[in-house]
Design a protein around this ligand. Structure first.
Ligand code: HEM
Ligand SMILES: [Cu+2]
Length: 754
């Protein structure tokens, strides 16, 4: 099929859909049946149109610029998303018969570039622009005009980078009518198929002039990003309000600051490397050529930028998580300081691991060993974040609202994405999985599992602040469900394909992989559908959502978390709309050191400690027994349908020196489930503030399940492997439920008896 026309058509369809949403939403938000009447000037009225255009192209207000960034990033995401869907469509069949191989190569190139450079960074800069000044009590960004320039460099950068598509469409449309140099001119620019990493020598020897435009476009986007980053750094340093100092700076601003710091060191490097490549292509220099220069030099330069870039994308998402999650569970962020330290540590370490992308370039083994060590080390600060998030959820009352569900979903996907990354840091594992779908599964669990999920969580969380209306909450929960399920299915399957060593970046593949590939494609369509539903919700609710009648839409006052941006909204509602601020009826502290409500005092009360440990042991053991039995049911079902091999129990028994029999192994497994895990869980729960909750049981069991998956793996592959992983997870959830539920019930019986 003709790629350019199909993609152009898809984009047009999206545009029509968008305009349709707006038209329907505006109409529905018009005169109401209750007799109220609202007059609305037509959008097409020239004076309205002119005023709108002037306002949005000349604004320097940080909130407007923020919205521009977000709108731009969303459009870029849709464009890159169309690439992704087309790529997945091509993979429905083993042969490259939907699109040609060259088209497939072009698709993964433009998809990667668009998502990384034009979707994630702009959207985070948009959220930063809108909220960072509100959070730190600044009037605006430090340099409002530079801020606007930083944004306005992006649209031309995107258009230059992706000029291949419009020029192909132009060539084909013109070519149908006339012939001549103009048609040839447009036809010469084609979307290049060199990957987002632009590896030399392919990128030096390919003649396509669009590659030069890509290099220039990326250079321009780098300038835009750097300009934006300078603004964030200066704003945080010099524009903080009187009540904000380094100790009270909120977590999101910390991550934006660190991200901007990384940008300042990483992007100039990318810029230089791009210019060197451009010079090699056009001016006869030989930096990266095989004779004279060194193609591998490109990889060093590129990844010295590229790995920090990964964290540029990821840190703001963690900032949003650390900001939103506490509000959704009604507890202060656990270990705030350590989250800040871990953010800073990541900022520094991220520059020291680039060569883990190059383990297969036959570098000196001593060198790869040291890069392996640092790469494993950088997992520590990320893990600290995850533990702090889980601890924050621990005693919380999780709100089943869309942002809360997204937080839980993205911690789950991020854990899988992160753990698979730690394995990759090990040289032998990387050599095996490098260039397979394992890589694609791993990084999408992060790029999709936490980045867009937290962006969407933020869009829901702050929707009332931006629009003074509620989004449609039922639709939002449905959309979140689709997104989480779609991501787990799609990228979980890519991991499974990688386990079977299917190489990535091929348009063709052996027919045996077709079923898995097809399920992954369906999963990606589910993600696409959820994106459209999100867009619909945002647009529809802007005109039709329930108006808010109070700034405390999330009941944050109740737990002492009514932060600066909401206070700003409250002031604004009061000043402009005469909305009187409300007080909550009862207040529960967001965190506490009160021993009645918090952790027991270990040294002050040793007898209490001993008693509680004995109780813990007892309850832990009872809960563990029940949990393990529940788990066994699922495991035996799995064994029965053939995705789990009971022989794994025998191996386990052999491992600890027992007779290699499945029964001995199973008994060992029960003993472990009753003692080690259950008591450990109970003990940890005791020292964390609060009570054992079902949520904590579930998250604890989810983390444990990774160990189980590895220990009991017996070489399954294909659908069997997917089944195995699924059953292990479900079995652990049952274990966690059984554990937490039993402990809670036992405690309840005791207190009733007393
Ligand atoms: C709708 C969700 C998405 C789907 C279905 C999807 C699918 C894919 C597929 C099939 C590939 C090609 C794998 C290969 O090399 O064979 C790919 C590559 C890639 N994707 Fe995505 N993707 C999605 C979202 C994202 C997002 C949100 C980002 C970035 C934040 C992203 C960044 C990348 C990058 C950097 C590559 C590597 C391109 C390369 O191979 O060089 N993707 N994606
Ligand atoms: Cu890396």
């Amino acid at each position: 099929m003709n790629r350019a026309l199909v993609e152009f058509g898809a984009l047009c369809a999206l545009a029509v859909l968008l305009v349709g949403f707006v038209a329907v939403a505006r109409r529905a938000g018009g005169p109401r049946a209750d007799g109220g009447y609202r007059q609305r000037s037509s959008l097409l009225d020239p004076s309205v149109l002119r005023a709108g255009v002037v306002r949005w192209t000349t604004t320097t207000d940080h909130r407007d610029v923020g919205l521009l960034y977000i709108a731009f990033g969303t459009l870029a995401a849709l464009w890159g998303g169309v690439d992704a869907m087309m790529m997945r469509t091509e993979l429905l069949t083993p042969a490259a018969d939907v699109w040609s191989e060259a088209t497939y190569n072009a698709l993964f190139t433009t998809h990667g570039i668009t998502m990384l450079f034009f979707f994630v960074t702009p959207v985070f800069f948009g959220i930063g622009n809108y909220f960072l000044p509100l959070l730190i009590g600044a009037d605006d960004m430090a340099f409002p005009r530079v801020n606007a320039i930083g944004f306005w460099l992006l649209p031309p950068a995107l258009l230059i980078t992706r000029a291949g598509l419009p020029s192909q469409v132009a060539a084909q449309v013109l070519g149908a009518l006339v012939e001549g140099p103009l048609v040839d001119f447009f036809a010469a620019l084609e979307e290049p198929g060199i990957g987002w990493t632009l590896y030399t020598p392919l990128s030096t020897v390919t003649a396509n002039p669009q590659i030069d435009l890509v290099l220039l476009g990326l250079h321009l986007s780098g300038i835009a990003t750097t300009v934006g980053a300078i603004n964030f750094v200066v704003t945080v340093f010099y524009e903080r309000g009187p009540d904000t100092d380094w100790a009270t700076l909120d977590i999101f601003s910390w991550t934006m600051l660190t991200t901007s710091g990384i940008v300042l060191f990483a992007f100039p490097l990318l810029g230089s490397a791009l210019l060197m490549l451009l010079a090699d292509r056009n001016l006869g220099t030989t930096f990266f050529t095989v004779g004279g220069g060194d193609p591998i030099l490109w990889q060093h330069l590129f990844w010295f930028f590229g790995h920090p870039e990964v964290y540029i994308l990821f840190l703001p998402a963690t900032g949003l998580m650390s900001l939103i999650l506490p509000k959704m569970v009604g507890r202060a962020l656990f270990g705030f300081r350590y989250i800040v330290y871990s953010t800073l540590a990541i900022g520094v370490l991220s520059f020291g691991v680039w060569a883990h992308h190059m383990f297969t370039t036959s570098m000196n083994p001593r060198l790869s060993a040291s890069f392996m060590a640092v790469s494993v080390a950088i997992a520590v600060p990320s893990a600290i974040k995850v533990f702090n998030w889980i601890t924050t959820i621990w005693d919380g009352r999780l709100r089943m609202a869309a942002p809360g569900l997204l937080c839980i979903g993205s911690i789950g996907t991020f854990v899988v994405g992160g753990v698979t990354g730690v394995f990759l840091a090990a040289v032998p594992v990387d050599i095996f999985y490098h260039g397979t779908y394992y890589i694609v599964g791993h990084f999408h669990l992060i790029t999709v599992g936490i980045i867009p999920m937290m962006m969407i969580a933020a869009s829901y969380y702050w929707y009332p602040l931006i629009t003074r209306r509620w989004y449609d909450r039922r639709l939002a929960r449905f959309q979140v469900g689709l997104l989480v399920v779609g991501s787990v299915v799609t990228f979980g399957i890519l991991l499974a394909l990688g386990f079977q060593s299917l190489p990535r970046r091929y348009a063709n593949y052996p027919a045996a992989f077709a079923p898995l590939q097809q399920v992954a494609t369906v999963g990606s369509y589910v993600i696409g559908l959820s994106a459209i539903l999100w867009l619909y919700n945002m647009i529809w609710s802007y005109w039709n959502g329930d108006p808010i009648d109070d700034a405390d839409v999330w009941d944050l006052k109740e737990t002492g978390q009514f932060t600066a941006e909401w206070q700003w909204l409250e002031g604004r509602l009061e000043r402009e709309y005469n909305v009187t601020p409300t007080e909550p009826e009862s207040v529960r502290p967001a965190s506490t050191t009160d021993p009645e409500r918090g952790s027991p005092h270990v040294l002050a009360d040793p007898r209490g400690l001993v008693r509680s440990v004995l109780d813990d042991t007892l309850y832990g053991a009872i809960g563990g027994l029940l949990g393990t039995l529940a788990m066994s049911g699922v495991l035996f079902t799995a064994a029965f349908i053939g995705v789990f091999d009971v022989a794994a129990f025998a191996e386990l028994a052999g491992l600890v020196g027992l007779r290699e029999s499945a029964l001995a192994g199973y008994l060992l497994f029960i003993v472990g489930g009753v003692t080690t895990w259950a008591i450990l869980f109970r003990a940890i729960a005791e020292f964390l503030p609060g009570q054992v909750l079902v949520v904590s049981g579930l998250s604890y069991a989810t983390i444990m399940s990774t160990g189980f998956m590895i220990a009991f793996y017996t070489g399954q592959s294909g659908l069997e492997l997917v089944g195995y992983l699924g059953f292990v997870l479900v079995a652990h959830w049952l274990y966690g439920l059984g554990l937490a539920g039993t402990i809670r019930y036992a405690e309840y019986r005791r207190t009733v008896g007393e």
